[in-house]
Design a protein. Structure first.
Length: 512
């Protein structure tokens, strides 16, 4: 029985050497269009699908492989006598290897210059049909949609003469994910070219349909399974590389992602330390060591076992300061060789590098029987509007900007107290805003931070003046908050009475 392979690909990475090795193994290669031309030019013996079926390509190439002989050769079951009889009546041989990937719809649709006609023409028809047929008949047929898998299949063919069933099953599932992702891309991107609305949840979910999972040790607790899927390899936090340390856990990744986004939100280069999904210290500085020591000083108790994110390169002095403490993860844009050599002495410490955040990813949260989808909370309005008689001074404004940016990342209700370059008290995750104020003050006093002349930020408006009074009595002299309460005038009056400077942003940053 002849070994027959059908090849029709848009992504031609490593195609010629792969096809040459198939030819050496005795495969008859069927192909179409540009793929056939490329293989023939490389000196391979290629049989066109048109000559094999006796049916020419029609409609300018729109119909090439949609033929009963092709699909019968893929879908025929060798243990069904009737299938074999019908194959013989068609004069066909069984196809055992299908190598197909699809028109680059995503790339074309993402081009701002693309026309509707160009986008529509890049909707593949025959390719998905071939892939799905081969994947359905994986008990006999091997389907390849990714050039990265060529070497695995060749290895088995050269050694054993066949691809094992376990690998055929794995590749079949990958193929179905490939077509599912392709259809999702069309459903989410085509409406914009047809002047139709796109459901936002579809835009959010489309990238998730063809991902490679990385299993994690467990979820938030040991009895929960968990996986990690890189949707944007090489971009943002999902482009992280682990340089050393233990396997990452679910909670490590949640905290590391939060710390990485928070540190790049600071008004200047600096450090953020996160514990249990909320910052417990943040600071800016002229060196990575200075910024780290100031961030750690905010709450050294909570920082124990935390995640430390730098937006500065980590040098040897900073690494030495980090090595003096217990941390779960440290991440930065880069580490000097001296810093890495020092951190290697802490073999369990997870050390990561990552590109800066790219933004734009929607936020998803599962409910019991439903899904919440929202756009990410990105950006900061910096045009603070002074609402009190006393305006903030320049040093106040610097501290307010830092407090406002950190408050966005603290669990609501959030109160952040700062000096010019560091947080000194953080109160978050409280059901009462006045309690968050008390907690921030208490934390600052616990670690000996002077509060006289400090600044504070509230992630949402003060519903009553009580929180303002708690902060003022502790020594805070400037405040930033969104405003928007029905009692704004009452709160402003209290700030004036207490001699505070207060600014409104007009935008809140709740984080539940």
């Amino acid at each position: 029985m002849k070994k027959v392979c059908l090849i029709s690909v848009s992504d031609k990475t490593n195609l010629v050497p792969f096809a040459k090795r198939l030819e050496d193994l005795g495969f008859l290669i069927l192909s179409t269009g540009g793929t056939a031309a490329m293989l023939a030019e490389a000196g391979l013996q290629v049989t066109s699908v048109a000559s094999w079926t006796g049916a020419p390509e029609i409609l300018g190439g729109r119909v090439k492989t949609l033929h009963p002989k092709v699909f019968a050769s893929i879908l025929a079951r060798l243990d069904h006598p009737q299938d074999q009889e019908e194959l013989q009546s068609l004069g066909a041989e069984a196809i055992s290897l299908v190598v197909v990937n699809l028109y680059p719809f995503r790339q074309v649709a993402s081009n701002p210059q693309a026309s509707t006609a160009q986008v529509v023409e890049h909707i593949d028809i025959g390719g998905p049909c071939l892939i799905r047929a081969a994947a359905k008949n994986h008990e006999r047929v091997t389907v390849l949609v990714d050039p990265a898998d060529y070497h695995r299949v060749l290895g088995h063919l050269e050694k054993d003469g066949e691809v094992p069933l376990a690998l055929r099953r794995e590749l079949a599932v990958k193929a179905f994910r490939h077509t599912a992702s392709y259809d999702a891309a069309i459903a989410s991107q085509l409406p914009a070219f047809l002047d139709l609305p796109t459901p936002r949840v579809l835009k959010a979910l489309a990238p998730w349909l063809a991902v490679e999972e990385e299993p994690l040790r467990y979820g938030e607790n040991p009895h929960q399974w968990a996986v990690f899927a890189r949707l944007l390899p090489g971009q943002g936090f999902a482009g992280f590389r682990q340089l050393q340390g233990k396997e990452l856990s679910y909670n490590n990744l949640v905290d590391a992602d939060e710390a990485w986004n928070a540190v790049w939100d600071l008004p200047e280069p600096g450090v953020v330390i996160v514990k249990h999904a909320s910052p417990c210290g943040a600071a800016v500085g002229r060196s990575s060591e200075e910024a780290y020591r100031k961030a750690f000083a905010c709450d050294p108790v909570s920082a124990f076992g935390g995640v430390i994110a730098f937006s500065l390169p980590v040098d040897e002095p900073a690494a030495s300061a980090v090595a003096d403490q217990f941390a779960e993860v440290v991440l930065a844009p880069e580490f000097t060789p001296e810093a890495l050599a020092l951190l290697k002495k802490k073999k369990n410490l997870r050390v990561l590098t990552a590109p800066p955040p790219v933004g734009g990813s929607p936020r998803l949260r599962a409910l019991d029987g439903g899904l919440l989808v929202q756009e990410a909370d990105e950006g900061f309005p910096e045009d603070f509007r002074v609402v009190t008689r006393r305006p903030p001074e320049e040093r106040d404004l610097r501290a307010l900007r830092l407090a406002w940016r950190v408050a966005k990342h603290v669990l609501s209700n959030a109160i952040v107290i700062t000096r010019e370059e560091q947080t000194v008290g953080i109160g978050g995750g409280q059901p009462s805003r006045v309690d968050a104020c008390r907690l921030a003050v208490e934390r600052a006093r616990q670690f000996g931070h002077p509060l006289e002349g400090a600044a504070a930020a509230s992630d949402a408006f003060f519903p009553f003046p009580d929180g303002v009074r708690v902060l003022a009595e502790a020594g805070v002299r400037s405040l930033v908050q969104p405003g928007g309460s029905v009692r704004d005038e009452e709160v402003i009056a209290a700030a004036d009475e207490l001699g505070l400077a207060m600014v409104f942003t007009g935008r809140r940053h709740f984080r539940h």
